[in-house]
Design a protein around this ligand. Sequence first.
Ligand SMILES: *[C@@H]1O[C@H](CO)[C@@H](O)[C@H](O)[C@H]1NC(C)=O
Ligand SMILES: *[C@@H]1O[C@H](CO)[C@@H](O)[C@H](O)[C@H]1NC(C)=O
Ligand SMILES: *[C@@H]1O[C@H](CO)[C@@H](O)[C@H](O)[C@H]1NC(C)=O
Ligand SMILES: *[C@@H]1O[C@H](CO)[C@@H](O)[C@H](O)[C@H]1NC(C)=O
Length: 296
Amino acid sequence: MDVKMGHTLLSLLGFFCNAVLTIEPNWTAFFSGESVTFKCDITGGKDSSWYYSILQDGGAFLPYHKHEKYKLHSLTPGYSGAYQCFFHQKNSTKESNKIYLTVSERPQPVLTVSPSWPSPGASVTLNCRVDHPSAGWSFYWYKAVPQKSDYSYSFELLPGSEKGTEEDLFIIDGQTHTAGYLCRAARGDPVFYSWHSKPKFVWSGDINSAASLTVSPDSVQHFTKTPVSLSCEGNSTEWRVRMFSKPDYLYHCSILGTMIGSTCTITSYRFSGVFWCESETGQFSNAVNITMECEF
Ligand SMILES: *[C@@H]1O[C@H](CO)[C@@H](O)[C@H](O)[C@H]1NC(C)=O
Ligand SMILES: *[C@@H]1O[C@H](CO)[C@@H](O)[C@H](O)[C@H]1NC(C)=O
Ligand SMILES: *[C@@H]1O[C@H](CO)[C@@H](O)[C@H](O)[C@H]1NC(C)=O
Ligand SMILES: *[C@@H]1O[C@H](CO)[C@@H](O)[C@H](O)[C@H]1NC(C)=O
């Protein structure tokens, strides 16, 4: 009796059966290079004649598919759209729910560091923000190491971030010198990485044993008729002078003046910013605020 009723119920369910489209991973915002797996199934039973088709924005996308899953590797923004499947068997066709996917360009996270001028030994909080935050990110944290060949940085994973962190925050305890940091986000399997963020810096006014910056004339306000020279000293043979200016610009000496040996002489422009020295061996000097004014 029970079996019979169960059977009747199943037939009824079969009569009202629906096609169901699902995706794996279950996200709606994807990025160029990620992959997605579509699965079209039917509630209730299916016979051997089944197959399905998938439409993108109402147009043919996958006309005939007889495997449970369909994996799309390496998405591009052109794959953004509404997806729907049609499940066919014998003489019936069922229409599924719609899934809306967006595929954006690979994101570049934005790192913020706080505070920018920690007192010696204080903690610094790094925050890595991804533009289209959606599920599944983990975060990797790096120290910026000046590159010899150009004015870029290479990245050295910070201890404690080898496996990525779930939180988009990372705390550095006992910050003592000027330093640069970067982050990037990752998710999925195979793992998909965002671009690296731009480097952000924390500055220290304290001269440390490895490197120091001295400014001459010794003043934080300068007038453009007097050249300002910035000298790097310390445990490296090759230095470069960097300047950060608001809101988010990073300069090097040869844009502002000339670098001879380890001295940068600034002759032009009206500018204000934070200056420091750095070397490809990873040393950073103390940092100095300088404001230049036009002379009246
Ligand atoms: C997919 O995600 C949506 C919204 O986050 C949720 O409602 C749904 O149950 C999820 N489906 C699966 C199969 O995990
Ligand atoms: C479906 O096909 C069967 C034979 O395979 C036929 O008997 C039935 O009438 C068809 N139903 C419809 C709605 O076309
Ligand atoms: C540079 O200026 C900031 C505020 O603009 C200040 O907090 C910081 O202490 C200054 N650093 C030095 C070394 O004077
Ligand atoms: C210079 O740096 C190297 C490597 O960073 C270190 O081994 C050496 O002790 C340093 N020397 C001085 C005088 O700080």
